[in-house]
Ligand binder design. Sequence first.
Ligand code: SER
Length: 583
Amino acid sequence: MKAIEIRNKYLKFFENHGHKVIPSAPVIPENDPSVLFTTAGMQPLVPYLLGEKHPSGTRLTDYQKCVRTNDIDEVGDNRHLTYFEMLGNWSLGDYFKDESIAMSYEFLTKELGIPNEKLSVTCFAGDEDCTRDTVAFEAWKRAGIPEERIYFFGKDDNWWIAGEEGPCGPDTEMFYDTGKEKCSPECNPSCGCGKYVEIWNNVFMEFYKDKNGYSKLKQQNVDTGLGLERMVMLLQGKETPFEIELFAPVMEKLVDLQKEDLIQSRRIVAEHLRSSMMIINDGGRPSNVDRGYILRRLLRRMTRHLNKLGIDLTVLPEIIDTSIDALKELYPELDNNREEIKAVIIAEKDKFIKTLQNGEREFEKVANRTKNAGNKVIDTNAVFNLYETYGFPPEMTEELAKEQGLQVDMSDYQKLFAEHQEKSRMGSDQKFKGGLASTGEMETKYHTATHLLNAALKVVLGEHVHQKGSNITAERMRFDFSHGAKMTDEEKQKTEDLVNEYISKNIPVERMEMKKEEALALGAEAMFLDKYGDIVTVYKIGDFSIELCGGPHVGSTGELGHFKIKKEEASSAGVRRIKAILD
Ligand code: SER
């Protein structure tokens, strides 16, 4: 079965079971500066898992384009990918464990034709936070999985959360038995030997975790994720994802073009090219910060490995074409944006090769100097110089160093880099927008509203109030602030009235630049003081509010409409959260 068939079968199957098919969100998350890329299907759905109503109902299914970059350096082995597609289905307070497991079993065995004997499953063993998942266990038995192939594990294996805080819960995972020998008598699905391959994860999301521990969500959700490439690989009986139709044509093309036969380099080129194209297609561009930096690293690493293969870089457009042709059935948007994608990649490659040769020569000198001095670790200043002058990402220097038995002290590098950044960041604080990534008209209004709310809370509750966080969408704002007690109805009303009073006064929102000390002397609020350079941008609303902030904001407060507090609740110890809207 090809990837496109598996994806279509999946969406159709869940549609037939009452789910609405929703589109994939971009790999670059909208309105969420806290993460670099979309890493799971649940990520764009977090507000709905927490209880907001989704316009498409309580049963959803989609394919989600995902980028996970923590393992970039592992790419080149036989399994790691930085981009992958996740098929998922969700219950937003609708069905729970029984129905979820029954559907998964039916899909795997009937739709994909996987024999029962090939399947093993794992369930949560239970601990002080959550009981043993006997419900999932019984559901698997009813579906037809014999007890000896149902395993129980603790939080390390059978608990899912994205990061440190958020919706979470016990999960049940499905494994495909490749038929390889057990590596030991104890070999089981949690063992990494490769006999068992995880194919699907159903998370029973009924908890929320924050600094204070676990609490119950309003509703019991199901969040599932099935990695498409891995499933295609298993069903096609292939050993690695690089042999399936999404990669094979590029891999073959590289074999045709190469002068050196290096399988790892071929995989790195094919994989990084695909990831880069998906990121570029969703609006990413190479740069020296955040997402742009990851993209730059991907493209530069790809270029370096093309060099290692001895491939003439003028044929890069052909390689890109081959890759897009292999992917266009799944992602017609790549085909539509072909020329633009090519232009971005080639421009970055050109920029890079100009400096690459000089840089490699410089690296050789540095490496020799290190060895001659009898050292193993390359001087951090030299690593920094390679980045500054020759455009070598430190990770690349580290990779080159490894090839020669040398090392880079990355944490030392980070320190040096941070010092340098602080110096060079004068006036360039637009990166820290306080919870605001994309800035449509409504988001901009909500952004200004957070400043008014912050100021109003200081008047009503006291000067101890400071912003602890904020999150804005086009539909609402969320504002976390320091305060020890639940707000009374009277306090809420006063705050709301005060914000509306300043809206009706239609006060201009002034943008100013000044020295950080000056701003602080004026009493400006600053949430992330350390992150700002010496020159800061300050937004001032009459004599009511003054904050260090990257903007953007509305021209004057009259544009905001009417402000309304919808909810006031605890967020964590000593921190309260207000949800509010403008209507
Ligand atoms: N969130 C879970 C995962 O990423 C299931 O979708 O595996």
